[in-house]
Design a protein around this ligand. Structure first.
Ligand code: BG6
Length: 475
C-alpha cells in the first residue's frame, strides 16, 4: 500500500437530499413543499424556472419526490450499507416541511423531529458523522403561496426559527451544518432553488438578488445561532462549483470567464468574507437592481462560515460571444462546449483537473477549510444477468477526481472530507429521472416509479470500501 496524503480523520462518505430520496411526502404531518409540485416530464423545466405557476398536484402527472426511493422507510437498511462501506460522514438534508409543515408555525411537528432524531442516532451507531443541509431545494409551499418565498424578508424569521429548532434538537448528534444547498443555483433555477415565481414583466434579477440578500442574511444569522447553541458547531456555505475557463486567450474571453465566475462566487464572497464584494455595486447598477436592506444588515453579514463547501461535477467555459445557440447546460449552468474534454451521457463535462483548479481558486480566495460535499457521475447503469452492475466508468471517474483532491492537499489546501453525490441511487434533481444514477448502491426503480426499490451494491461499492479503508491510498 502506498503512503496516503489524506490526513488522519479525513471524512469519507456520500450524500443524498431529503427531497430526492425520502418519499413519504405527506406522511406523519409533513407539509407540501416546492419539490412536491415539480412533475416529471415536459412541464418540469418551466415549473423549476418559476414560469409555470399552477402549483398543485395533478392526478395525471407523476411527481418523483412523492415516493422517491422511500428512504423514509428504508433508512436503517441504507445506513447499514453505507456503514459497511466504511462511511465516516453521511450528508443529507432536513425537509423543512417535515418540521414546520407550513413553514410559519411556532411549534414544530414532533413526528418530523423524531424521524431525524432516529436517523442521526442510527448514523452515530456506526460512528458516521452526519452533515446536514437545512435547505436543499425544498421550501414549504405555504410560504411560496402566502409570502412569495425568499423575496419576502419575513422568510428570514421563519428560516431562523426552523434552523434554531433543528440545531437545538440535534445538538450532540449533528455538528456539521450547511445552510443552503448550492445557494448560487437560485440564479439558474429560481423556483427549485428558492421557491421564487415571477410576475409578467418583472425584472427577474431584481427578485432573485433581493431573495438572495434575504438568504444571505438568514445564513449569517443561522451561523451565529449555531455557534451560540454550541461553539463546537461547524457551519458551511455551499457553492455549485466548477470554474469557468476562458474559451481562448483573447482578453475579452478571459474577462467573460472572470465575470461568469463572479456570478457564482458572489454568494460565497458574502458568506465567507462577511460583506458584499467590491464588484457588487456596479453589477447591481448595470442590472438595474436595487437591494432593499435593513439597518444592521452589514453587522449581521459579518457572521462568516467556518468552512466552504462545494459541489463539483464539471468545469465550464465562457467567451465574449456566448449566445443561446452555442451553449450547453450542465448542472443548470450554461457553458460553451470544451473541445479538450469528454462529457457524460447527459452532456456534463468530465474534467478531474478542473476540481484541483476549483479547489485552488476557492482556497486562494477564502483561506478557509474546504469540504467537497458532492461529486459523481450520473450514468445509465445496467444490471447484468448475474444481477451485478459493473460500473467501471463510475470508478474511473471517482478515482480521477479523488487523485486531484490528493494533489490539492499537496498544494497545501486543508480539506475536511470527500463526499460523493447520490451514494445510493436517487431521483435526479435536474431531470427527475431515476435512470440518471450516481450510487454505489443500485435501487430497483424506473423513471415512472415502477420497481421493488430493492437495494443491491454495485462494483463501485466494493471499490469505495477499499478507498475508505486505505484512507485514499488504494485507488
Ligand atoms: C446538485 C444538487 O446540483 O447536483 C443535487 O445539489 C443534484 O441535488 C446533483 O442531484 C446532481 O444533479 P442531477 O440533476 O444529475 O441530479
Amino acid at each position: 500500500m502506498t503512503k496516503t496524503v489524506f490526513p488522519k480523520g479525513f471524512l469519507w462518505g456520500g450524500a443524498i437530499a431529503a427531497n430526492q430520496a425520502e418519499g413519504a411526502y405527506l406522511e406523519e404531518g409533513k407539509g407540501l413543499s416546492t419539490v412536491d409540485v415539480i412533475p416529471y416530464g415536459e412541464k418540469r423545466l418551466n415549473v423549476k424556472l418559476g414560469l409555470d405557476t399552477r402549483f398543485q398536484v395533478y392526478d395525471d402527472e407523476y411527481y418523483p419526490s412523492h415516493q422517491a426511493i422511500d428512504f423514509y422507510h428504508h433508512y436503517k437498511e441504507d445506513i447499514a450499507l453505507l456503514a459497511e462501506m466504511g462511511f465516516t460522514v453521511f450528508r443529507t438534508s432536513i425537509a423543512w416541511s417535515r418540521i414546520f409543515p407550513k413553514g410559519d408555525e411556532k411549534t414544530p411537528n414532533k413526528q418530523g423531529l423524531k424521524f431525524y432524531h432516529d436517523l442521526f442516532t442510527e448514523c452515530k451507531k456506526y460512528n458516521i458523522e452526519p452533515l446536514v443541509t437545512l435547505c436543499h431545494f425544498d421550501v414549504p409551499m405555504h410560504l411560496v403561496r402566502e409570502y412569495g418565498s425568499w423575496y419576502n424578508r419575513k422568510m428570514v424569521e421563519f428560516f431562523c426559527h426552523y434552523a434554531r429548532t433543528c440545531i437545538k434538537e440535534f445538538n450532540g448528534l449533528v455538528k456539521y451544518w450547511l445552510t443552503f444547498n448550492e445557494i448560487n443555483i437560485v440564479l439558474h433555477s429560481p423556483f427549485s432553488g428558492a421557491g421564487l415565481v415571477f410576475k409578467e414583466g418583472e425584472n427577474k434579477e431584481q427578485v432573485i438578488y433581493q431573495a438572495a440578500h434575504h438568504e444571505l442574511i438568514a445564513s449569517a444569522l443561522v451561523t451565529k445561532i449555531a455557534h451560540e447553541i454550541n461553539p463546537e458547531n461547524q457551519i458551511g456555505c455551499m457553492l455549485a462549483g466548477g470554474n469557468f475557463y476562458p474559451y481562448s486567450c483573447k482578453p475579452e474571453d478571459v474577462w467573460a470567464a472572470l465575470e461568469k465566475d463572479r456570478e457564482n462566487l458572489f454568494f460565497i464572497d458574502v458568506q465567507a468574507r462577511g460583506a458584499y464584494p467590491s464588484y457588487a455595486k456596479r453589477m447591481f447598477r448595470e442590472k438595474n437592481i436595487e437591494i432593499i436592506t435593513e439597518p444592521g444588515d452589514d453587522e449581521i453579514l459579518k457572521n462568516t462560515v467556518d468552512f466552504v463547501s462545494f459541489s463539483y461535477y464539471a468545469s465550464r467555459c465562457a467567451s465574449a460571444e456566448m449566445n443561446k445557440n452555442n451553449l450547453s447546460k450542465a448542472n443548470l449552468v450554461e457553458s460553451l462546449p470544451n473541445p479538450y474534454i469528454s462529457t457524460s451521457e447527459w452532456g456534463w463535462n468530465i474534467d478531474p483537473l478542473g476540481l484541483r483548479i476549483t479547489m485552488n481558486t476557492l482556497y486562494d480566495r477564502y483561506q478557509k477549510p474546504l469540504f467537497l460535499v458532492e461529486n459523481g457521475l450520473g450514468a445509465r447503469d445496467l444490471m447484468n444477468v448475474q444481477g451485478v452492475v459493473d460500473d467501471d466508468y463510475r470508478i474511473n471517474y471517482l478515482r480521477a477526481h479523488i487523485k486531484e483532491i490528493a494533489e490539492s492537499i499537496e498544494d497545501g489546501i486543508p480539506i475536511i472530507g470527500y463526499i460523493s453525490w447520490g451514494c445510493i441511487d436517487l431521483v435526479s434533481a435536474s431531470t427527475g429521472e431515476m435512470s440518471k444514477r450516481y450510487g454505489f448502491i443500485y435501487v430497483d426503480l424506473d423513471d415512472k416509479g415502477n420497481g421493488s426499490r430493492k437495494r443491491t451494491p454495485k462494483k463501485s461499492f466494493h471499490w469505495y470500501k477499499q478507498v475508505i479503508a486505505s484512507n485514499g491510498s488504494s485507488l
